[in-house]
Write a protein of this length. Structure first.
Length: 279
């Protein structure tokens, strides 16, 4: 039997060599227009580590150079230059630098109350390849203006451009209409017994082609994306209803409460009962 992943613990560790540039919405009011809480650029060295168990908004990071490890879909992945990773609100995000390796990345955190539609959703890609240089130029433009004249119109320009790029990153189904139609339909029928074969059949493609499409557009396998949709739906039900966990499990497609708890813990970082106690 595979070893259990140790429980996550809320962590903030920079280490002596890490350098950071951070802009907070409390300093730059224009960020709050798009519910951006803070953004920054980190040049990270071990023992740099961040763990956020239940962040209140979307999170996006773009790797510029070097390599680090990021928790995606409940598993650790090594990510490198030109990779964007993202997570919706109330989904744990964790990342750390590798020993002896420099890791430079951009990041942006949003503040999104439960009643607003988040920038990153369960339908968004979990990771994808991007033009990191283009995004770095936008960040550098914003930083340059903030560190010089802080002209309100210029800051507005750079923040709007930044939001335009991050919104495009988070949009699902950017190039394939079949995926959009399929997954929107699946979201309304999560209780059904979906398999790779039935999903591919509904998309009118072969299983292998469907698997490749999902990895290209979403950065995850079809069944991992289905789990993500189910867990986020379960989070909504746990937050907004008094339904028993067994009922919620059936509503989102789990016949076994044990299988539901395992999947929920892997994706959300805690048991369903623990999640409900937090909200």
């Amino acid at each position: 039997m595979a070893a259990q992943t140790p429980p996550l613990i809320e962590t903030t560790c920079d280490g002596p060599k890490t350098t950071r540039w951070v802009l907070e919405s409390s300093e730059c009011k224009a960020l709050a227009t798009h519910r951006i809480a803070r953004l920054g650029i980190d040049d990270a060295f071990a023992p740099y580590e961040r763990v956020r168990l239940s962040p209140s908004g979307s999170f996006i990071m773009i790797c510029l150079s070097g390599y680090g490890r990021v928790l995606l879909d409940g598993r650790w992945h090594k990510v490198g230059p030109g990779t964007a990773c993202m997570a919706p609100p109330r989904v744990p995000n964790a990342f750390h630098a590798l020993p002896g390796k420099a890791w430079s990345f951009l990041w942006i955190r949003y503040e999104e109350p439960a009643f607003v539609t988040p920038l990153v959703s369960a339908a968004s890609p979990v990771r994808l390849k991007v033009d990191a240089d283009q995004l770095h130029r936008v960040w550098s433009g914003l930083r340059g203006e903030w560190e010089s004249t802080r002209d309100a119109k210029a800051l507005h320009h750079w923040i709007e451009l930044l939001q335009h790029h991050t919104r495009r990153l988070a949009e699902p189904w950017r190039r394939d209409e079949r995926l959009r139609r399929l997954w929107e339909d699946v979201e309304t029928r999560l209780a059904e017994d979906w398999t790779l074969a039935s999903l591919a059949h509904a998309a009118h493609v072969s299983e292998e082609h469907f698997r490749r499409l999902c990895w290209k557009e979403l950065g995850r396998s079809p069944m991992a994306h289905l789990t993500s949709l189910r867990v986020q739906a379960a989070q909504e039900l746990l937050s907004n209803t008094n339904d028993k966990q067994e009922v919620i499990a059936l509503q989102v497609g789990y016949r076994s409460p044990i299988a539901f708890s395992r999947a929920f813990r892997r994706w959300a970082g805690c048991l369903p009962s623990e999640y409900r106690a937090r909200v």
